[in-house]
Design a protein around this ligand. Structure first.
Ligand code: AMP
Ligand code: FES
Ligand code: ZN
Length: 318
């Protein structure tokens, strides 16, 4: 197998592009894909300050590395979720990367800042861990970007992630979520811009990128995510992809080109009712925002030693 770009021996093949690359050309390919995505969706310009949400995993570290190599003004943000040894190790990978690259890492630790952790806080608020975790991430990424004066928050969602989320949203025909499932969400009153510059790369490619660039990352999946629906959708799409390479990309990019414009209006329906949360100032449609309610229930539960909580299934999703 030879590199399609320079004919040296290839180290990786990419079946959906029917191509293969040597180490240098593959690293360049990843960088080009990110650069192309940033331009195609007008994600940010050369003067913008980008806050990269880094989990310590392969995707977000690859993203941060690529953005730094592209000369983007990119700081990292690590959120401590309080998931035992998993969070401790993830934080170490994020910190090690930052110090090796001489980059700035902003840290927000949920247990020390808000007095609860995801494993015990989620059931206290009658949420699954992934729901409480997703809600906290969306809220705190946004808050950190606004507090730090960043123009945009970038996450490491890759093609596999986006195709799997799309699959789930299509299975339920959830038009409100479909209307928001875009690689760029523009800034709005109280909301920083959100971008996903890795949507043209698969997770196999981000893992290979890290290995080839010598970036160490946490390999274990989050212990709380085991058996969740999202992983099931990923598995189903992987089966399809093996039989017909390129399906995942066709599914996702076909949606962006042909369907997203038709469902865009469904995403904005709730926005008219937004007002600032009295506790934290974040825009919300409820009296108190979903994150502040989660934090309050989690803390109350911790202080009374784990008594049965009330139900709360609502969320602010963005
Ligand atoms: P996940 O929701 O775990 O699939 O992660 C999606 C993206 O969210 C990652 O690629 C990161 O950009 C970001 N992310 C996940 N966990 C954290 C964390 N603990 N701290 C900062 N960013 C995170
Ligand atoms: Fe969110 Fe695991 S990283 S529940
Ligand atoms: Zn709030």
């Amino acid at each position: 197998m030879k590199c399609r770009a320079c004919s040296r021996p290839a180290v990786i093949d990419i079946r959906r592009h029917n191509t293969a690359f040597c180490q240098d050309c593959f690293v360049r390919h990843c960088r080009d894909q990110v650069e192309r995505t940033v331009h195609a969706y007008d994600m940010f310009g050369p003067d913008d300050r980008v806050l990269v949400a880094v989990s310590g995993g392969k995707d977000s570290l690859a993203l941060w590395d690529i953005l730094l190599d592209l000369g983007v003004r990119a700081d990292g943000l690590y959120l401590g979720l309080g998931i035992g040894e998993y969070s401790d190790a993830s934080g170490r990978y994020a910190r090690d990367f930052a110090s090796r690259r001489g980059a700035k890492l902003v840290e927000v630790d949920i247990p020390t800042t808000f007095g609860f952790d995801i494993p015990t806080g989620a059931p206290a608020a009658r949420r699954t861990p992934c729901s409480a975790c997703g809600l906290s991430k969306r809220h705190l990424f946004n808050q950190a970007a606004l507090d730090g004066g960043y123009d945009v928050v970038a996450t490491g969602h890759n093609l596999d992630d986006e195709a799997a989320v799309l699959f789930g949203n299509v299975l339920r025909w959830d038009l409100a979520y479909l209307g928001r499932q875009l690689p760029v969400l523009p800034a709005d009153d109280g909301f920083a811009r959100k971008v996903k510059p890795l949507v043209r790369l698969s997770e196999r490619e981000t893992a290979a990128y890290c290995v080839l660039k010598g970036i160490e990352y946490i390999v274990e999946e989050c212990p709380m995510a085991e058996g969740n629906r999202h992983l099931g959708y990923k598995g189903a799409l992987n089966d399809v992809e093996v039989r017909s390479p390129g399906s995942k990309a066709a599914f996702y990019f076909g949606f962006l080109e042909r369907v997203a414009p038709l469902v865009e209006t469904h995403a904005t329906e709730q926005r008219a009712d937004l007002h600032p949360c009295p506790e934290c100032g974040s825009p919300t449609v409820s009296e108190v925002c979903a994150f502040c309610r989660l934090a309050e229930k989690a803390r109350r539960n911790a202080s009374r030693g784990g008594h049965p909580p009330e139900t709360d299934s609502s969320t602010e999703h963005r």
